[in-house]
Design a binder for this molecule. Structure first.
Ligand code: SAH
Ligand code: SF4
Length: 366
């Protein structure tokens, strides 16, 4: 059975051709599936009855199943999806006045073991398939349609206006599936999101950044977290393979094709670790010459992390120093932390396959 959620438009057209159908049916089906959110072939009224029956026999629309759903007091919603054999992945919707952002997962766990990340702490199980990645958006768009927003009005027909690949996993370590999922998100017959409104966040897999630039150059966020290699080696171990100079050179090349004229650098604020005035000064020197926006993320603690969040006055001081050096620097608002939906708190459920002894972090209590 073919899961139609995992096919890009050209793949769907090929599939229809193999079924002896006209390829333009693919466009019709994409609209029913991704725009109208219809999961029942019999409701696809502009397809002939014969075709609908054929679809019913040969295809399915199979998003990952929802295990739990949580709604935060601030309007944030979180879904835990089944990822098979005791595994789960999470997606979070963050409504704001002018947009609705869905944060989605790309892997069950993550193999990169960043010190401050609870997903990394859980180890790696597997890559998500295209249908599982797109399925998070498909489900959220349907679930949110018509739901009242924070201001008491109605959310528009397409409540998810932005997608960020900042949930569980390293998207560029699951390159092919993520690239296909992005193609579906951008397709006008599906979600029609602009490349500026879809962001891939990476810890810095340099060769895959080049591939992304060539294949689907969406907006890019880079998890920097340290202004020098010695510290970054500790916090983001992939730095030992692709050190800062290589990473920043890749960012500059990415900018040539990026839909936005800057790179977002994420910087998690860890008390006494990377939040000192000298770190701010070093960071300002490091990024000089690269059009950048800095996004400071107050660390969201989880049990056993052994790290603390920087006090807010230090975060604001760090921000001011960067601003004084001429940078756009914002502090990420913590949203949904009452339902463990904040950055780095998406723990899902991961059965580690890497053979490490994994201590499952208890859900964070901030
Ligand atoms: N693997 C990708 C995307 C997922 S993580 C990446 O690393 O970029 C999304 C963002 O959340 C990253 O910037 C990551 O560093 C940050 N993050 C991870 N754990 C966090 C925590 N405990 N508190 C705050 N931010 C965290
Ligand atoms: Fe993986 Fe990103 Fe977490 Fe690092 S921060 S362990 S790359 S998910």
């Amino acid at each position: 059975m073919q899961n139609l959620l995992e096919l890009t438009l050209p793949q769907l057209a090929d599939w229809f051709a193999q079924q002896g159908e006209k390829p333009f049916r693919a466009r019709q089906l994409m609209k029913w599936l991704h725009q109208a959110g219809v999961a029942d072939f019999m409701r696809m009224s502009d397809l002939s009855k014969g075709l609908r029956e054929k679809l019913q026999a040969a295809a399915v629309i199979a998003p990952p199943l929802v295990k739990f759903e949580h709604a935060s007091a601030d309007g944030t919603r979180k879904w835990l999806f089944d990822a098979g054999v005791g595994n789960g992945i999470e997606a979070v919707f963050i409504p704001e006045d002018d947009r609705g952002t869905l944060c989605i997962s790309s892997q069950v766990g993550c193999a990169l073991e960043c010190r401050f990340c609870s997903t990394g702490r859980q180890g790696f199980n597997r890559n998500l398939g295209v249908g599982e990645i797109v399925g998070q958006l498909w489900h959220a768009q349907r679930a949110l349609r018509g739901a009242p927003n924070r201001l008491g009005g109605e959310i528009a027909d397409r409540p998810v206006s932005n997608v960020v690949m900042m949930g569980m996993g390293e998207p560029l370590a699951n390159f092919e599936n993520v690239a296909q999922a992005l193609e579906i998100m951008l397709d006008d017959h599906a979600y029609g999101l602009s490349r500026r409104r879809v962001t891939v966040s990476t810890s810095g897999l340099v060769p895959a950044m080049e591939r992304l630039a060539q294949r689907v150059p969406v907006a890019l966020a880079v998890s920097l977290h340290a202004p020098n290699d010695a510290l970054r080696d500790e916090l983001v171990p992939i730095n030992r393979k692709y050190p800062i100079a290589q990473l920043l050179a890749a960012c500059e090349r990415y900018l040539a094709v990026a839909p936005r004229d800057f790179i977002t650098f994420e910087y998690v604020m860890l008390d006494g670790v990377n939040d000192r005035p000298q770190h701010a000064a070093q960071l300002a020197g490091l990024l000089c010459g690269i059009p950048s926006k800095l996004n400071l993320i107050p660390f969201n603690p989880f049990a056993g992390a052994g790290l603390r969040r920087s006090p807010m006055e230090r975060v604001l001081d760090f921000q001011r120093r960067l601003q004084d050096a001429g940078y756009v620097a914002t502090v990420r608002k913590t949203r949904g932390d009452d339902i463990n939906a904040a950055c780095g708190q998406l723990a899902g459920q991961v059965q580690d396959k890497t053979g490490r002894v994994v201590q499952h972090p208890a859900r964070a209590s901030v």
